[in-house]
Design a protein. Sequence first.
Length: 297
Amino acid sequence: MSYQGVRPQGRKLLDVVFFSLALILSGVAAGLSSAHQSQVESAVRATALYPFLLLHRLAAERGQIERRVEGLLAERDSLTELLLRYRDRTAPVEEESSAQALSALPAGSVAPAVVYPGRPHVGNPDLFVLSGPDFRGREFPVGVVTGIGLVGVVRAAHGRGGRGEFWSHPDFRVSVLAEGEGVSGVVRPLRADGGQPVLLLEGAPFQADIPPGTLLVTTGIAGVYPPGVPVGHIREPAEPEAGWMKRYFVEPSVRPEEVRDVFVWTRPELPAGVEADTASAPTESGAAPTDTASARR
């Protein structure tokens, strides 16, 4: 007869045997060389621990998939809103200097792609390689976005894909508009010592006062990015520029280390007889608008 809380004598003896065996094995393992310890570890992981390691890996992968699904759903909703915004901005445009109305300009198209950060120069977090659409024969630079914001720019073809720069690259520039404020400027990256890179809005008029939390979106006037893509939110004012232009720290909408699935934007083809006027547009992506052939790619 057994009583609750009282262990049989044989069970105690079995525990002592297992404990002694564990001590002996640990002593033997401690006396092995590093190479033999590695072999023993590999053998244990491939046999006794394999089911537990497999369950742990499956649980981790499931968690990643669930988080990715939530992110994709959020990107889908944001992208839908973004496309609706394009449709609103592509209404027929009439020029005062011309009696003939222009037809509605198309909003361009997007193609899915996958980003591989840190390439082709391994270890550089500001660069990436893109796979997806074929970039051979395309005109550069090409804007890269997601449903939640701007990612960067493709500079040149790389095999069948492309190579480019995240917004954190020192040469990156993009013209933006503060939603609801009517204030425009140019955003560039700012890397603090030992911290994550942020963005800096420059060129805001001194009389303008942009409140924190204001969303900055692309203007699209230089043709590299579509209009209305979120770039970031105003965080706080920075030191004025030359005493007559305001600057603001900007929290980016997209972090490069969190990006994988993106969209490549193809600029729309203008109607016959209509030319894009980018000569007076703010410089975007570090490329000079007057000489795209000699600009850094």
